[in-house]
Design a protein around this ligand. Structure first.
Ligand SMILES: *Cc1c(COP(=O)(O)O)cnc(C)c1O
Length: 472
């Protein structure tokens, strides 16, 4: 992995390179012949951290060690030169790489690529927002021959922070046009917004909080027919319910902060990409291994790296992600059904409700991974996640009262937690973008976003019921 200059390889460096090539070949074999044959839960529990690794390098520690160290020491100048030229695997300096973030990256690459007939890799980031920045920046570089101005096409229904990054940081401050797709289910609308200056397509699904959805395969095909990549934010689904790369997407961004690490200990993110992705940018390394390229070059220079302590805490959360997403999805179905019948509720938005306009489309894509191997089910099962929203009858004032009356459900601008959390998007996550931006994204003032946790669903329902009644 190098940017411009070619490094002179000395015989001493070559010895290190040869030795490491043996190691890389063994690792590739282990992944292909062992890890890729495991079921999802096994990958989530072990990732790439093996007994062999533990005994060889980590004194047998059964949990991935937290490498709280800034940098790596080298045996001699040959090893150092080979490492810093990225000719051998290295973690050199924790802004660039670190053993703890390495295991985090491999677990996510394998989970997001589960069932994909190809190879995926991952670059860890300090947050979901930095994952989005990491994923989009490489495509926005100035290319004299490609023509300016640059633009990209993105779903208008997206996370408030994404809206800010695209509208303020890219459009207003850097004159890079974001063309919003209002109806993401309409392929014609996507197609009409692409021209010769388009760099990528971007879609969030299911979107936070409106649960927008689109036909990934159709949008990926459209992107590829223009030699463009499709980037998906699939935070709300997690790889337990949806793996966009299996349906043609090139890159996935995850706010691992959310459901993937449901404990809520801290902020973290990831970019996962398939090898040999599609792009009109002339950069062989980027195409060949996007995640490694951004990790070793772009992010080395921008520095949005993940802390090793947070990496291991998130890894620990991810080990049980499948059963947690199943449980919280099932509870969400019950809560959504309760709210849909409640006289104080105007409407409920949950992809699992049959009357949701996007239910059929979501049903095509959202499946509980490995349900056919689960002796509780023994067949494929649709699951729709634990995010829903509902609009309160009686306007904005009444909505605030209902919200203020919640006892067990926490009032916080958070989601994906093991604890139920609610927010009013118009005054929190989607406050900065103003009335117009909210109208574009479809965020009414009487909407409460609810993310159902792992409490018993009867207790969540009881809390909602008393809050709706007390607000009369
Ligand atoms: C929270 C969120 C982000 C941003 O992630 P952070 O980890 O908070 O930076 C991006 N996309 C979606 C869908 C989110 O919910």
């Amino acid at each position: 992995m190098s940017e411009t200059h070619d490094v002179q390889i000395t015989p001493g460096m070559q010895e290190y390179i040869d030795r490491n090539n043996v190691y890389l070949a063994e690792r590739a074999k282990y992944i292909e012949e062992t890890v890729k044959k495991w079921k999802f839960d096994t990958i989530a529990v072990h990732g790439l951290y093996s007994v062999t690794d533990a005994l060889k390098d980590y004194q047998g520690a059964i949990i991935e060690p937290i490498f709280m160290s800034t940098s790596q020491a080298y045996t001699d100048s040959d090893e150092m030169a080979a490492a810093l030229a990225y000719k051998i695997p290295t973690w050199c300096y924790s802004r660039i790489a670190n053993p703890s973030t390495y295991y985090y990256e491999w677990t996510l690459a394998l989970l997001e690529g589960y069932g994909f007939d190809g190879t995926t890799s991952c670059c860890s980031t300090s947050s979901g927002m930095s994952a989005i920045m990491t994923a989009v920046q490489p495509f926005l570089r100035v290319i004299k021959s490609a023509g300016e101005p640059r633009n990209f096409v993105a779903t208008a229904q997206c996370y408030g922070g994404t809206f800010q990054q695209f509208t303020v940081r890219l459009m207003q401050e850097r004159n890079i046009e974001c063309r919003w797709v209002k109806d993401a289910t309409n392929i014609e609308e996507w197609a009409a917004k692409i021209d010769k200056n388009t760099r990528f397509l971007y879609g969030e699904l299911p979107s936070n909080p409106q649960l927008g959805f689109f036909d990934i395969q159709a949008v990926a095909d459209l992107a590829h027919s223009h030699n463009l990549p499709l980037i998906c934010d699939s935070t709300v689904a997690t790889p337990v319910l949806l793996r966009p790369i299996c349906h043609g997407a090139d890159i996935v961004v995850q706010s691992v902060t959310k459901s993937l690490s449901s404990s809520g200990f801290g902020i973290c993110g990831a970019v996962i990409a398939r090898k040999n992705l599609v792009t009109n940018i002339d950069d062989a390394q980027l195409k060949e291994d996007f995640s490694l390229s951004v990790k070793y070059l772009q992010n080395r220079d921008f520095g949005p790296n993940l802390h090793p302590l947070q990496a291991v805490m998130a890894l620990n959360d991810m080990r049980t992600i499948r059963s947690k997403m199943d449980l919280m999805s099932r509870s969400s179905e019950k809560v959504a059904a309760f709210l849909a019948e409640h006289p104080g509720v105007e409407s409920v938005q949950y992809l699992g409700l049959e009357n949701h306009p996007l239910h059929d489309l979501a049903k095509k894509y959202m499946w509980l991974v490995d349900a056919e191997y689960d002796d509780q089910y023994n067949r494929p099962i649709n699951r729709y996640g634990h995010l829903l929203s509902f609009c309160v009858k009686g306007g904005v004032e009444k909505t605030r009262k209902v919200f203020d009356n919640l006892q067990r459900i926490w009032r916080a601008t958070d989601l994906g937690r093991i604890k139920s959390v609610a927010t009013i998007p118009a005054i929190s996550t989607h406050q900065q973008q103003g009335e117009e931006g909210r109208a574009l994204a479809g965020i009414p003032g009487n909407m409460i976003r609810l993310c159902v946790g792992a409490e018993h669903p009867m207790d969540i329902i009881a809390d909602l019921d008393q809050a709706l009644h007390a607000a009369k």
